[in-house]
Ligand binder design. Structure first.
Ligand code: NAD
Length: 465
């Protein structure tokens, strides 16, 4: 007799007694079976034509917009996202579906001349054409429960793939609600959600025709290795340890406000959050004061309150992990764990952090940053680059030469000048270097390439003319 697997349970991080979802996991067999069934539905979806795909995606965008308030409230409740950010995520989700609704009409290839002389009967045609892989397996984290599944699913579907989504257990209800909206506009089995954890994720990666992962670096590398062994396309967007460089000529108050938002917004639970602040030269003292003050003035509390910037952490374990990370360090701001039902900690700044401290080596995923100093921009760039991650860096300066120099020298996939490290435009390529990313970029046109592969066609005349 086989034991019944434990249910997938998600809880409200602001009130852990509130169980938001309790569902049966799909199991590894169920996940693989979902991929098989999706494969049978995919052909009809592709053959249905570009107009049908475009209309379906546009209808999903409209349905997301109609359900915006309800979806934002669900993200607040299930993953503790502050309401203002939750609303922005839902608006972005609708924009993503609308953007990709045009993609089915985009050109899918090119015509080339033959290399050799024209044959005796006239010249042929060489064509390239991008075709979908079949079933795209999507494995997603909890922190953007609508936007991340959508920025993977929309381009995959636009290109004619079917989709099997394995969401994070912590975001199960959000994924199921998104599925209801999406499935209403699509043929059966073209979009399926398989609830579960690592076992279901691994099963999707071992059955799908392409896999797109977002989450922690260890899990992403395991998924990428499994995909490589099967020879299927894979992309993995993973962790970050993002730096903000502040030069002495910067508007320090403005920089501090940007940094505080990037450190503590959504309790720092974004891959693009700032976790290292590097003050260059004379910026050190004023920035230390301004940033500590800005962090102290961040509104911490109930994520359902539109004024809240820093809500709870996702779990009790996450709260312990963040508290352990600052233990023993000098803390100009924060350093308190809130009592009470929710998993809250105060936005925190640490200084005099030893170079080998884990805060400077590993992603902590909380509202916590280390304040470091550098003598000049060159040293700040060296410190920024000296970590295993390379997702995003922000640079705060009014010196154009310094900004241009930083663009050339920083080894991160994204660089933002005078803007917080957080914040992503959905129509541009997104991704990093080193342990932050594996494989082609997400979003924009880059995503359409990932979900397709190129075929080369040779058309020669059948008769001598
Ligand atoms: P996680 O790695 O724990 O889980 C992500 C997903 O992978 C979940 O669906 C999980 O069930 C699944 N999974 C876990 N182990 C697996 C395995 N061995 N095989 C297959 N699937 C597996 O991450 P999380 O806690 O949900 O999310 C937080 C992490 O996500 C942070 O590291 C953050 O930086 C990262 N993240 C990255 C980006 C980005 O675009 N770079 C965006 C958002 C979040």
């Amino acid at each position: 007799m086989t034991a019944t697997p434990p249910p997938v349970v998600s809880r409200n991080p602001a009130d852990p007694t509130d169980v938001v979802a309790r569902v049966r996991p799909a199991g590894a067999f169920g996940a693989a079976d979902a991929v098989e069934r999706a494969r049978t539905a995919q052909t009809g979806w592709l053959r249905g034509g570009a107009a049908a795909r475009s209309e379906a995606l546009a209808a999903i965008a409209a349905a997301v917009e109609s359900a915006a308030d309800e979806l934002a409230a669900l993200a607040v409740r299930e993953v503790g996202k502050p309401l203002t950010e939750a609303r922005a995520e839902v608006a972005r989700t609708a924009a993503i579906w609308r953007y990709y609704a045009q993609a089915p009409y985009e050109p899918v290839g090119a015509v080339h001349e033959t290399a050799g002389p024209a044959g005796s009967g006239g010249s042929g045609l060489l064509l390239t054409r991008r075709r979908p892989h079949g079933v795209a397996g999507l494995i997603t984290p909890w922190n953007f429960p609508f936007a991340i599944p959508s920025w993977k699913a929309a381009p995959a579907l636009a290109a004619g793939n079917a989709v099997v989504l394995k969401p994070a257990p912590e975001a199960t209800a959000c994924a199921q609600r998104l599925a209801e909206i999406v499935q209403r506009e699509l043929p059966e089995r073209v979009f399926t959600v398989v609830p579960g954890g690592a076992a279901e994720g691994a099963a999707v990666a071992s059955a799908a025709d392409a896999v797109s992962f977002t989450g922690s670096t260890g899990a992403g590398q395991a998924v990428a290795a499994a995909a490589a062994a099967r020879g299927i396309p894979a992309q993995a967007e993973m962790g970050g340890l993002n730096a903000a460089i502040v030069l002495p000529d910067a508007d320090i108050e403005r920089a501090a406000a940007h940094l505080a938002a990037a450190i503590a917004g959504y309790a720092g639970q974004k891959c693009t959050a700032t976790s290292r602040v590097i003050a260059v030269g004379a910026a050190a003292d004023p920035l230390r004061e301004a940033l500590a003050e800005a962090l102290r003035s961040i509104t911490v509390g109930d994520p359902a309150d539109p004024a809240t910037v820093c809500g709870p952490l996702i779990s009790e374990r996450a709260r312990e992990h963040v508290g352990d990370a600052w233990a023993g360090l000098a803390l100009p701001a924060g350093g308190t764990v809130h009592d009470g039902p929710g998993w809250y900690v105060a936005p925190t700044l640490a200084e005099k952090v030893p170079a080998d401290h884990r805060l400077l080596r590993e992603e902590v995923f909380g509202p916590l940053a280390a304040l470091l100093t550098a003598d000049d921009l060159a040293e700040a760039v060296r410190v920024t680059n000296a970590v295993p991650y390379g997702l995003v860096t922000s640079v705060h300066t009014t010196d154009l030469d310094a900004a241009l120099g930083a663009l050339d020298e920083l080894d991160t996939g994204m660089i933002r000048i005078n803007a917080p490290s957080t914040g992503v435009d959905f129509h541009l390529p997104f991704g990093g270097t080193k342990d932050s990313s594996h494989g082609p970029r997400e979003q924009g046109r880059a995503a359409l390439e990932f979900y397709t592969s190129s075929r080369t066609y040779t058309l020669s005349p059948g008769k001598t003319m």
